[in-house]
Design a protein around this ligand. Structure first.
Ligand SMILES: Cc1cc2nc3c(=O)[nH]c(=O)nc-3n(C[C@H](O)[C@H](O)[C@H](O)COP(=O)(O)O)c2cc1C
Length: 301
């Protein structure tokens, strides 16, 4: 079986340039998905603005931009600008479950009306210059919706269909419906990518002929070597977890972005002994210098 593609999941508010750059140094991830940007007719960014958005990201990162939209013209316009900027593939976020996104009929909300979704895809795909990758949920309310969703996407040629195997109503908690994924994903005519709670190499063991690979989110923050481990590659010449976490910490400290850093450390702490003690230590800190000292102490102990 061909080697699986490993993708880093987009995570708005958690993953930006320093994390992307550091995980590209570690290796094992073939593609890194950027957190979503809104594609809306009323606020179409200029190409220079879009290019600046990704300016801190190293050339080693194979970046896939992601768009959130319910408007074919806006999606096509922004995706084609991104293609002109050098991105061969763009991802469409049809899985975001957050209330303020769903209430505007964007993200996972579009999975609730499959006739409308088909019309939207139909009026978009023929005009797109980049390849189209789509990220969905296994259903809005129930995994029983998944077979019909797969059928809709079978009418179109996609680069891939990435499935977060939780329903939108589950948000980010509870168990992914891994079995329901396995039962219907094989019917996809498009290459399919599994996403949801892959925390170690042994969990990347789905056997389907059309499975292109795995998208990994929170598991990659706790274990940045997971891409290498899934591929069976050595990790001893890659940066260590300490080097990885310290590099990212210094980047945020230098910019005084302590809130972002504390969010990330909620996950980093899980990779270390006594995660609750670590969080307790970091949550009262109010300046960057204190964070640097505390992180050095955490790794020394
Ligand atoms: C804080 C946070 C932000 C997220 N932002 C995005 C986003 O911008 N676009 C998207 O498609 N999914 C987003 N997701 C969902 C993840 O990409 C992924 O589908 C989800 O975390 C499940 O994968 P995991 O169990 O490996 O973490 C986000 C998840 C989290 C926890």
């Amino acid at each position: 079986m061909a080697e699986k593609v490993i993708q880093l999941a987009p995570m708005l508010g958690l993953i930006d340039a320093p994390f992307m750059n550091a995980i590209a140094e570690v290796g094992g991830f073939d593609e890194i998905f950027a957190p979503y940007m809104l594609a809306d007719e009323r606020s179409m960014p200029k190409p220079q603005v879009l290019a600046r958005r990704f300016s801190g990201i190293s050339n080693r990162v194979n970046l896939v931009p992601q768009l959130l939209s319910n408007n074919a013209d806006a999606f096509v316009a922004m995706a084609n600008i991104l293609n002109n900027l050098g991105y061969p593939k763009v991802n469409w976020n049809l899985g975001c479950p957050i209330k303020f996104v769903v209430s505007k009929n964007r993200g996972a909300a579009l999975l609730r009306d499959l006739e409308n979704l088909e019309r939207l895809l139909d009026s978009t795909i023929g005009r797109l210059k980049p390849e189209l990758s789509v990220k969905i949920r296994i259903g809005f309310s129930s995994p029983d919706e998944f077979p019909a969703i797969v059928e809709i996407f079978n009418k179109f040629k996609l680069n891939e269909l990435i499935v977060h195997a939780r329903t939108a109503e589950q948000q980010y908690g509870g168990e992914p419906y891994r079995q329901a994924f396995i039962e219907s994903a094989g019917n996809s005519l498009n290459p399919i990518v599994y996403n949801g709670d892959i925390a170690c190499a042994a969990e990347a063991n789905i056997s389907l002929p059309n499975l292109k690979g795995y998208m990994i989110g929170r598991g990659a923050i706790v274990n940045p070597h997971i891409g290498l481990q899934i591929k069976g590659l050595p990790t001893n010449s890659a940066p260590t977890f300490r080097q990885f976490a310290t590099e990212i910490t210094h980047w945020y400290c230098a910019r005084n972005s302590l809130n972002r850093l504390k969010e990330l450390w909620k996950y980093f702490a899980k990779a270390l002994a006594k995660p609750d003690d670590i969080q307790a230590k970091l949550c009262h800190i109010t300046n960057a210098e204190q964070v640097s000292v505390a992180v050095d102490e955490i790794f020394e102990t």
